[in-house]
Design a protein around this ligand. Structure first.
Ligand SMILES: [Zn+2]
Length: 252
């Protein structure tokens, strides 16, 4: 687990994006004896690989720069651990997958996943990103659009039959499995949002389904020597800690 107590800081966020989102899961994971690694903030150089200077200035003026840079630093740290063969989960806030190069919304400021993928690029050329957040990771998709070395799968969003209302956990899991087909990669990054949880906004997945997702990704990542990491995105129900723990038990 990549974690810093600084992730518990209050900053002017939407009240649903509160410090307990990471504080409570961190307590659970600490009690379960997962190793904790403290990240450094992402450097300006690393952030600049993804974001334009106007956007960076806007984030600075909004008072979110330090928090967003530390979240991105957590993602980089997790990606580097993955490259060393150690699966890692970055328990960070704020989330990042709605941050594009020059704009951001949805409680996001810097795109931590994109910054992490670009930071490990010299070693990991091809990346598979699986975004299991309820919401489509538009920021990440826009950053990597046209980049043939990155494949991004947003299960549930990729629904060719438009059968959204018939989605269930087995179809969802099927889409996670399919993510690994037809693409050779060097690393797998998971934008791990948990707002698909049955009691959260998405009303779809149970706690144990996150275990299954973690497991499927662990198995799938054998195509790249098991190099895998995950970064927390959304998830707003107080059960978030159980969802995260369940995912990690499958993923580890
Ligand atoms: Zn979300």
């Amino acid at each position: 687990m990549v974690y810093s107590r600084d992730y518990e800081q209050k900053y002017p966020a939407n009240p649903v994006e509160n410090p307990d989102r990471v504080r409570l899961p961190a307590e659970e994971l600490r009690a379960a004896s997962y190793r904790i690694i403290k990240p450094e903030p992402a450097s300006l150089d690393a952030i600049r690989k993804v974001h334009g200077s106007e956007h960076i200035d806007r984030v600075r003026k909004s008072g979110h720069y330090e928090a967003a840079a530390l979240a991105a630093g957590g993602a980089i740290c997790a990606a580097e651990l993955a490259m060393k063969g150690e699966p890692a989960f970055a328990l960070v806030r704020p989330p990042g997958h709605h941050a594009a190069a020059n704009r951001a919304w949805g409680m996001c400021y810097f795109n931590s996943m994109a910054i992490a993928i670009k930071s490990i690029r010299p070693k990991a050329k091809r990346a598979l990103i699986i975004d299991i957040d309820l919401h489509f990771g538009d920021g990440t998709v826009s950053i990597f659009r046209g980049d043939l070395n990155v494949k991004i799968v947003n299960p549930w969003s990729v629904d060719e039959d438009f059968e959204y209302l018939n989605m269930d956990e087995s179809r969802y899991l099927g889409q996670v499995k399919e993510a690994f087909q037809g693409f050779d990669c060097d690393v797998v990054g998971v934008s791990a949002g948990f707002d698909t949880y049955i009691e959260d906004w998405g009303r779809l997945l149970k706690t144990e389904d996150f275990f299954k997702i973690g497991k499927v990704i662990k198995e799938g990542s054998k195509i790249c020597g098991g190099r895998r990491f995950a970064v927390l995105e959304g998830g707003y129900h107080p059960d978030l800690r159980w969802c995260i723990k369940s995912f990690i038990e499958g993923f580890d």
